[in-house]
Structures are given as structure tokens and as C-alpha cells.
Write a protein that binds this ligand. Structure first.
Ligand code: AHM
Ligand code: MG
Length: 331
């Protein structure tokens, strides 16, 4: 019989790989696991809440105040994380400022609690993204901005939850990327995708192509290259764009594809946030044999200057991102 491994068991089994097996990191991950289950439950009845039980901003059938799902998700993750003594601070895409928590904690977390906001109300896959660092300031003091403004290369763990046709939690601690599928009937995540790797030869590209004429010449040429017919390199590539970074990234990781959110004339820094979206998926990509770039530099080598900083973003199999960088270099 095949061995069945749950996320809980896996975390404990791998605990010794991580900071001398103190159990602190396991506690942190189990907070994320808990919040993801609560959010998953709400995501699954989002249509009911909005169209049948009353509109957001009103009251639900129990007379409770209803919240937008992204605010709800933010609250759930913060609530679960505050309960763990190991965390000293949280930065969230939903909060203007970082939140200091327990001065004795050693980890800080940056998160996008519900990514893919334009897809929330239309029953399309959305996700949660998280990124974990050791604090820089000494334990026992309140966290400061510098604890959050660390390069992505300093991450000790990163992951995402995708609320899709099934719900999955995928994470890395720097020892490969592992994916767990949620069984809602019993409330347990099972290891379903051990040691995930990008296929070598990607064949998809994901971009909001409506913006292509607002992009630089190099990006335009790369998109033309993706569409060019060449049987030796299996082009044209297939275009797939969901508009939820987590869902596009997850599909590309499994099937082999590049995700692009370049700078545009309207958004010269791109749209995606370095701390909450780009760095965590860059860490996962690298661990899966891929690469993330702003077109010129490795994303994880960018020194952040502000919490909500945006960057142009390209992520996928290494060969595809290298090719895109070649086009950008020739601009
Ligand atoms: P959000 O954090 O407000 O949801 O914005 C991020 C999202 C990504 O998930 C997605 O890839 C991108 O924005 C889609 O943007 P666009 O609608 O411009 O294509
Ligand atoms: Mg987002």
C-alpha cells in the first residue's frame, strides 16, 4: 500500500531540516494551514454570501457584519498568526503599515492574503501568498521597518495557497517545493506533489496582452517570439492568462510556462508587489528549477525600499526567463 502523508506529518518530519528542530517553524506553518482552511470555506461560499445571503457591507443570515473576502482573509491570517508566539511582525498587502506582534518572536511574515482581487466575485481561482524571514533586529525589541525590507534571498520559507478546482498549499523552505491537496471532507492537506519542478521546455506564456502596446520594445518582441511559428522550439506557445498570479504561476509550474507583468506606460514599476507577491514566488520558482527577474536583475537581489514597492516581474522556467532577458538587453 502506498504511504499517505499529511501536511502536519510532513512538517514534523522535515522540522529537523529547519533551524535545529525547535518546533517554532512548525507552529508558524500550522497557523497558515489553519487560516487557509477558514478562508477556503468562505471562498467556496462566496457566491452565496453575495447573491443569496445579502450583499457585502450588509449583514449575513446570522446578523453578523459581512466583509469583503480579501478583508476577511486578511483578518483570518492575522488572527491565526497572532496566536503563535514565534512571529514578531506581519506585513500585509491589505495594511498600509506593518503590524508589530510579539517582541520575543523570531520570524516576520509578509503576505498577500487574497490575491487575484478581480477574480473573487466571478468564481475564478484566487490565492494566498506568504513569505517568511528571520528578523534582523534583536529578539526582545519591537520590530522595525528594516526587518521587513530584506532582500528576497534572505527568505527562509515561502508558499502559496491556491483556491481552485481543489485547494492546494505549496511551499518551500529551501529544500525543494512540495504541494499538498486539501480534502475538505476531513479538513486535511495531503502530500500530492512532492518535489515540484518546472518542465525544462516551457510552452506557455501568461500576460495581460491587452497591455502589450504599453510595454517596452523588448517585451513586445518577446511576445512576438512566443507567437512565431517554429516547430523545432514548439512555437507558437500557448497563451493562458487567468489574471490571478497564484493560479497562473501554479499552472505554469506544472505545465511549463512563463508569467509576465512588465512595466507599462501607465505603471512604470509594473503592478505586482515585491514583498507580497514577487519574492515568495521567486523563491519557489528557484527551488523548482526556475527563475524570476525584473528584466535585468534577479528579483531576490533587489534591495526593497518600501513595504508596498512594485516591480516589473517575469517568472518561469530558467530558459524562458533567460530568453526574455536577452530581448530586453537588446532594447
Ligand atoms: P491584486 O493583489 O489586487 O489581486 O493584484 C494582483 C493581480 C495578480 O494576481 C494578477 O496576476 C494581476 O493582478 C492581474 O492584473 P491585470 O488585471 O492588470 O491583468
Ligand atoms: Mg495581490
Amino acid at each position: 500500500m502506498e504511504k499517505v502523508v499529511t501536511l502536519g506529518e510532513f512538517i514534523i518530519e522535515k522540522q529537523s531540516d529547519f533551524h535545529g528542530s525547535t518546533g517554532e517553524f512548525s507552529s508558524l506553518l500550522s497557523a497558515i494551514r489553519l487560516a487557509s482552511k477558514i478562508v477556503n470555506q468562505q471562498v467556496n461560499k462566496a457566491g452565496l454570501m453575495q447573491h443569496i445571503l445579502g450583499s457585502a457591507g450588509g449583514q449575513n443570515i446570522q446578523g453578523e457584519e459581512q466583509q469583503k473576502l480579501d478583508v476577511f482573509a486578511n483578518d483570518q491570517f492575522i488572527k491565526a498568526l497572532i496566536g503563535r508566539k514565534v512571529i514578531c511582525g506581519i506585513a500585509s498587502e491589505e495594511n498600509d503599515e506593518y503590524i508589530p506582534i510579539n517582541n520575543d518572536g523570531r520570524y516576520i511574515i509578509a503576505m498577500d492574503p487574497l490575491d487575484g482581487s478581480s477574480n473573487i466575485d466571478v468564481n475564478v481561482s484566487i490565492g494566498t501568498i506568504f513569505s517568511i524571514y528571520n528578523r534582523i533586529t534583536p529578539v526582545g525589541h519591537q520590530v522595525r521597518a528594516e526587518d521587513f525590507l530584506q532582500k528576497g534571498s534572505k527568505q527562509v520559507a515561502a508558499g502559496y495557497v491556491i483556491y481552485g478546482s481543489s485547494t492546494m498549499l505549496v511551499y518551500t523552505t529551501g529544500n525543494g517545493v512540495h504541494g499538498f491537496t486539501y480534502d475538505p471532507g476531513i479538513g486535511v492537506y495531503f502530500l500530492s506533489h512532492p518535489d515540484m519542478k518546472f518542465p525544462d521546455a516551457g510552452k506557455m506564456y501568461s500576460m495581460n496582452e491587452g497591455n502589450v502596446n504599453k510595454c517596452s520594445a523588448g517585451v513586445k518582441q518577446y511576445v512576438d517570439y512566443c507567437k512565431h511559428i517554429d516547430s523545432a522550439t514548439k512555437r507558437p506557445y500557448t497563451a493562458r492568462y487567468i489574471g490571478s498570479l497564484v493560479a497562473d504561476f501554479h499552472r505554469n509550474l506544472i505545465k511549463g510556462g512563463i508569467y509576465l507583468y512588465p512595466a507599462t506606460t501607465d505603471a512604470p514599476q509594473g503592478k505586482l508587489r515585491l514583498l507580497y507577491e514577487c519574492n515568495p514566488l521567486a523563491f519557489i520558482a528557484e527551488q523548482a528549477g526556475g527563475k524570476a527577474s525584473d528584466g535585468h536583475r534577479n528579483i531576490m537581489e533587489i534591495e526593497p525600499t518600501s513595504l508596498h514597492q512594485r516591480v516589473p516581474y517575469f517568472v518561469g522556467p530558467k530558459s524562458m526567463v533567460d530568453k526574455l532577458e536577452d530581448f530586453i538587453k537588446q532594447e
